[in-house]
Design a protein. Structure first.
Ligand SMILES: [Fe+2]
Length: 454
């Protein structure tokens, strides 16, 4: 135990530091034969005892791959070998501080902060990329999870890339942005499905903020500028990097993808970590996501309760309205991503435990929302089980929305072990169709994606 007083280093947030391979895992139920590929998940997993106060976002990225083929399952996990982690491994101890506590011995040989490569993992241009929003992606080998090195889009982009890029369903283009504490603060990018950077465009948001996610349609890219403001001057003093400043309000920039023109909408302060989707309907942009009233990035709690909200942005008269659609904790929204930028009907979320200060992933179960009827269904995991982000995999390329499976990793507190579960999306509250059992736990992580076998 690194620090018994820090919730992000205990329970199932505590790191699992062994790397390994396991074949022919025990499966309860039956794995659908259509699931041929790998579920990659990633999360923070500090390899060494942190130097100062540890924040959940600081830990070294570890990839967990569940490889499914012909109804059988294998598992492999590896750390992303970042330059920072390699330097620490050489010395056998932590050398870097983190988001809320710098606590680092100054060294000209080390970069000022660690690219932790811990937030999201995607298949892109026949590569596996581990993403961390403050820096460049790391490329990994899809089968062995060996770290190849930093990925720079053929030498064209050496800088921050959001952990939440989107795929354009029309052509496979990768749509993304990077943010920084210096003007223009945000840069929009588009890259082809072959890994080539095709477009970059600065967007002056007027305020240097933490921007975790964005959302795009065929015609627009939408950026929420929520006032979790950079304070670089805090870092040498060991103080938190981001401070919540509600006096700025939240503004929403809608960029026309053809012209680059940005239309701004302004409202009271709120924060969004994750969006579900956005689409155009009757002259409005409709944006679905999870909203918190405020954000605290200075300690062990995020200081707010994420709820399902919808924003209606009127592109003609510049008005906006926002509405709360559900009153229970919900986060880590996912949907059928073939509908990115188009009208969706269903969303899948973690379903919360409002009493847990680390409620972001210590969910009580999983939730499915029907946006057409307003109905929700819950996969209730009972007392000892909790699950992370649920992601949707279609049955096949032609199947309709919601015809497929929801994949998640759950943690059984009583047994201190994790399982990968497969739910039939259309029988969401029913028992999992398959449970893939590990002999150890997978710490609460952030995001993952399904990559079909080639
Ligand atoms: Fe995220």
């Amino acid at each position: 135990m690194f620090d018994s007083g820090n919730p992000f280093l205990n329970g199932n947030y505590a790191p699992w530091r062994e790397e390994g391979d396991a074949f022919d895992l025990e499966v309860e139920g039956e794995l659908p034969r259509e699931l041929n590929g790998a579920l990659y998940r990633i999360g923070p997993n500090p390899h060494f005892k942190p130097l100062g106060r540890y924040h959940w976002f600081d830990g070294d990225g570890m990839v967990h791959a569940f490889i499914l083929r012909d109804g059988r399952a294998a598992y492999r996990n590896r750390y992303v070998r970042t330059d920072g982690l390699k330097a620490e491994m050489k010395q056998g101890r932590a050398l870097f501080g983190g988001l809320i506590d710098k606590a680092r011995e100054p060294s000209p040989e080390l970069p000022p902060f660690k690219n932790a490569a811990n937030t999201n993992i995607i298949g892109y241009a026949n590569r596996l990329l581990a993403l961390f929003e403050a820096s460049s992606p790391h490329e990994l080998k899809p089968l062995t999870l060996e770290t190849v090195g930093l990925f720079d889009f053929g030498g064209k982009l050496n800088g921050p890339v959001t952990a939440h890029p989107k795929f354009d369903p029309r052509n496979g283009d990768l749509l993304f942005f990077g943010y920084a504490p210096f003007p223009p603060y945000v840069t929009w990018y588009r890259a082809g499905s072959d890994g080539k950077l095709l477009e970059s465009r600065p967007i002056d948001t007027g305020l240097p903020v933490m921007m975790h996610d964005f959302i795009a349609t065929d015609d627009y890219a939408i950026f929420f500028v929520c006032p979790s403001v950079f304070h670089l001057e805090n870092v040498p003093a060991g103080k938190p990097l981001f401070i919540w400043e509600p006096q700025h309000g939240t503004k929403i920039g809608v960029m026309n993808r053809k012209t680059g023109d940005v239309k701004w909408f302004q409202d009271e302060a709120f924060f969004v970590f994750h969006f579900l989707n956005a689409y155009e309907e009757n002259g409005e942009l409709i944006v679905d996501g999870c909203r918190m009233d405020s954000l605290d990035m200075t300690g062990n709690s995020f200081g707010g309760k994420p709820l399902i909200w919808r924003w209606n942005l009127n592109l003609k008269d510049g008005s906006m309205r926002q509405s709360q659609l559900h009153d229970g904790f919900a986060e880590f929204p996912r949907f059928d991503e073939r509908l990115a930028g188009r009208k969706h009907r269903y969303g899948y979320f973690t379903n919360g435990d409002t009493e847990s200060p680390q409620n972001a992933t210590a969910s009580k179960g999983l939730l499915k929302r029907d946006y057409q009827t307003g109905k929700t269904e819950v996969q209730d995991l009972g007392k000892n089980l909790a699950a992370g982000e649920p992601l949707f995999v279609p049955r096949n390329a032609k199947s309709s929305e919601d015809d497929g499976w929801v994949l998640a990793v759950w943690y059984d507190q009583a047994r201190d072990r994790s399982e990968m579960i497969v739910l039939d999306a259309q029988n969401f509250a029913g028992a999992p169709v398959a449970r893939v059992k590990l002999q150890h736990r997978v710490p609460w992580g952030f995001h993952g994606n399904w990559v079909p076998a080639q």
